[in-house]
Ligand binder design. Structure first.
Ligand SMILES: N[C@@H](CCC(=O)N[C@@H](CS)C(=O)NCC(=O)O)C(=O)O
Length: 108
């Protein structure tokens, strides 16, 4: 069942990217995530394209995240959105972490 499949992947201590390899937004999300180091087992890329229940999985994404498109990116149990969302988050993070901005984020 789609819900069980997704729930088994999405965990509090990891990032999960549900994708279809042919999707350019999925490639973009993978490129963003590849800039970060993850401890072993804390990043999982899940290709849903070949599954018989792909449509049910995407319907379930619509239910729980508001969109049925791929990619769907989960940080812990929260879906942060798709490809453009993670790219935006990455851009915000790298801007916030620029030298000179440390006053804004408490980084020394
Ligand atoms: N703005 C979305 C666009 C994602 C999107 O349009 N994905 C397409 C594939 S490239 C999709 O899921 N289409 C419906 C489908 O494949 O079932 C994002 O950045 O993630």
């Amino acid at each position: 069942m789609a819900e069980e499949f997704v729930s088994a992947k999405v965990k509090g201590d990891r990032v999960v990217l549900f994708l279809k390899p042919s999707c350019p937004y999925c490639v973009m999300a993978q490129e963003v995530l590849s800039k970060y180091s993850f401890k072993a087992g804390h990043l999982e890329l899940v290709d849903i394209s070949g599954r018989e229940d792909v449509s049910e999985i995407q319907d379930y994404f619509l239910n729980i995240t508001g969109a049925r498109t791929v990619p769907r990116v989960f940080i812990g149990e929260q879906c942060i959105g798709g490809g453009t969302d993670i790219a935006g988050l990455d851009e915000m993070t790298s801007t916030a972490l620029q030298p000179g901005w440390d006053w804004a984020c408490g980084i020394t």
